[in-house]
Structures are given as structure tokens and as C-alpha cells.
Design a protein around this ligand. Sequence first.
Ligand code: SAH
Ligand code: MG
Length: 210
Amino acid sequence: MFVFPSPVLPVNIDAIKGFLHPDEGAALYHYAKLAASTGPCLEVGSYCGKSTVYLGQACAEQGAVLFAVDHHRGSEEHQLGEAYHDASLYSAEQACVDTFPVFRRTIKNAQLENTVVPIVATSVLAAKALRTPLSLVFIDGGHSFETAQTDLHSWQPHLQVGGYLLIHDLFPNPDEGGQAPISIYREALASGNYEALPTVHTLGVLRRIR
Ligand code: SAH
Ligand code: MG
């Protein structure tokens, strides 16, 4: 597997909570850097901002913008009592997960407040609100089949030809992980609208060709 060089980042990336291998982060940076000269990038699923820092750093270097979409209420697996619940990201007062304060701190520490436009909303609502053609879309939101499919269908129309569609958490072997992300990767590829570039660990990379 080809590994992209690690970008120089103004923060200690290992200290940011998240679900991303450093090689996947380097690939996010690489493709955002290529894409961002032609328009804004967008991610679905920011959590505490780990992927946001990789994508945002590339956008900052290109003078571009990154839209970071997350309702900040956590996915199914982050909820109270679930496998990936983190008590420090739970607001007792609101009785729900709230990752937005940590996300904001990450963006400030990474000096990305003039690059990242946080959109605190569901993916569907954000897709309805935006009209700007995008140079890159990174899908790393909810992992139910319905949510993943909705993300693909919501954001596909916004991606310009030549742009990149990146999908996280592809598990070709069903014993290793949920099948929703890989099902939308396959759906996108089968449409004939994309060419596949090499996958980096669980990060699928597609380029829009028509
Ligand atoms: N990219 C992150 C991890 C994302 S975890 C990293 O690098 O670490 C998935 C995130 O998707 C969670 O923060 C959750 O709140 C968000 N999410 C799940 N479903 C969503 C939806 N329908 N709309 C917006 N955000 C969603
Ligand atoms: Mg993920």
C-alpha cells in the first residue's frame, strides 16, 4: 500500500480524540491539497476534529474553505451505554452527547478558525442549505445503511467533476466491521460516475469523472 507523507501540523494530532489512522489522515491531507484550489472541501462527521485538522490544514495552505458538518450529538455507537461512549463527551445537563466544545477547541488550537466553517446540523439539513460546488467530500458520519446512503445521495450532487469522494470505514471482510460505508462506495463506483484510486487502510478514494 502506498503511504502519503505525513503533513506538518501545528497541533499534536495524537492528542485529538478520534477514529482515523495517521496514514488515512495523510491521504485526506493529500487529496484536499490537490482538490482545494478548485473549490471548498466538505466533511460529514467531524467528531472532535481529527479529520478536520488534516483536511483543514490542506485547505488553509490553498487559501480554501472546509465545511465541517456534524450535529455533534454522536453516532449510534457513541450514545450512553454503547461501545464507543466517552463519558467526557456527554453533557449531563443536556442529557446527550455534545462534541462541539471539544471540536471548537481543536480548531482553535490548530489555527484553523479562518479556514473551517462548522455546520452544526444533520447532514441532510446541511445538504439542503448549501449550493456551492465542492471539490472534495469526505463521508465519515453515521454507519447505519440508511444514514450512509442518505449521505451519499445528499452530497453526490454537490461534487464537481474532477472532485474527490472519500469514504471512511470500508471493511471488505464483514467480520471486521459494518457494511454500510462499503455499500455506498460500491454504489458510487457502479454508477460509472467515478474512478477508483487506491484505498488507504479503510479509506476509499473515488474521483468523479462525469
Ligand atoms: N471524522 C472523525 C470521526 C467521525 S465519528 C475523526 O476523524 O475522528 C462520526 C460523527 O458523525 C459523529 O461525531 C456524529 O455526531 C456524526 N454524525 C452521525 N450521523 C450524522 C448525521 N446524520 N448528520 C451529521 N453528523 C452525523
Ligand atoms: Mg470513521
